[in-house]
Design a protein around this ligand. Sequence first.
Ligand code: SAM
Ligand code: SF4
Length: 445
Amino acid sequence: MRQRELPRTFRVKSFGCQMNVYDGERMAELLADKGIAPALEGEDAELVVLNTCHIREKAAEKVYSDIGRLVKAGGDHPPMIAVAGCVAQAEGEEIMARAPAVGMVVGPQAYHRLPEMIDRAVRGEGATDTDMPADAKFAALPARRRVAPSAFLTVQEGCDKFCTYCVVPYTRGAEISRPAADLLAEAERLVTAGAREITLLGQNVNAWSGEDPKGRPIGLDGLIRAIAKLPDLKRIRYTTSHPADVTDGLIAAHGEIAKLMPYLHLPVQSGSDRVLKAMNRSHSAESYLRTLERFREARPDIALSGDFIVGFPGESEAEFAQTLQLVEAVGYAHAFSFKYSARPGTPAAAMDGQVPAEVMDDRLQRLQAALGRHQLAFNRASVGKTCAVLIERKGKKPGQWLGKSPWLQSVHIEGEAAIGDLLEVELAAAGPNSLAGELRVRAAA
Ligand code: SAM
Ligand code: SF4
């Protein structure tokens, strides 16, 4: 690698899950602390961090096409490129062998060391760091400064569940929970920096465990209760939950804490018990439905969301039909659905009965049609309700603003508003992906 000067501008491009978005924000703060400025809109950055996702093959391959594009666009002055995130963790130094333009490879548990790695790259030394220290990273990150009205806070990382299709336990490591006191302090700083809503993040966020100030054990509901005491924080959300880690306390919290939004993302993956078992999911279709029923009893208007995989090895048409039945039984407000993607090193990749691509395509289409129908029905049923909308950004048209309802629907409004406002809005019309609202009065804080 050749020597070069310290880059003056950077861009962080995050792919995949919200935890990557959080990591991307923290890396941007580290780079700004090092005196590197964020590149302006449309400007080529001198340092590009590709914060990658390894969950499906398509997501993982994106990094290589992006590197090719950056090198071509840079001509004689290509940017310094760092690969971060789960592809970095999974592929390590192989990335530099396959893409020599990459100067740094840094895993999701090691990105606090990015500034030192940049110094090494400036000296012409390629640097790879995919260590997985349990908790060093968060302590080494700089303080939060300016954040959007809706901010992320990673409370839990890693996964011990080992679903047979999934790379997360290998790329993100074992489950760890950040200490409650650190999280409260970070939540406070986020609020001071402008957050009015905080979404608590974790691969299995409801596996979070910690202690209250008296040393008594608490779960995610205890953490939510503590954070809800911050007076200027108006809304709390959490994602992604695992059915096996749902507790009575978490369900009760939805009925008791006004700041906890009526929304639950609880992935199920399949409606077939045989497939669920082969996936090493610890729930059955029936136990999952029972869990959702209990959330609905605690908070009748709760919006339900989930994740689905179609075409898991051996999935028959009859088993897929059970997934469709489950979708009808739940009536999701929103959901994510994916074609199964064989990931190297996972048990499912070696299973018999890999499902042909055209069968997966057909199943995904049918599933998404059903989910889309339910999403539209949920949005239509919201019309006529008056609710608080948190304004997150300007809309495309002049005078238009875009925000989120308590049920995480995108809502457009027109009129006097500003980013960060919490406004009382009557939901007036519904489409499949958003609603139009009419401004009533500024919501009481
Ligand atoms: N921990 C969460 C849970 O199990 O509910 C999900 C986290 S995972 C990052 C997000 C989603 O990606 C999963 O719920 C699953 O639907 C999907 N996913 C994971 N591995 C996959 C694979 N190999 N092929 C297709 N989809 C996959
Ligand atoms: Fe992956 Fe399963 Fe862990 Fe979710 S619970 S991150 S799907 S292994």
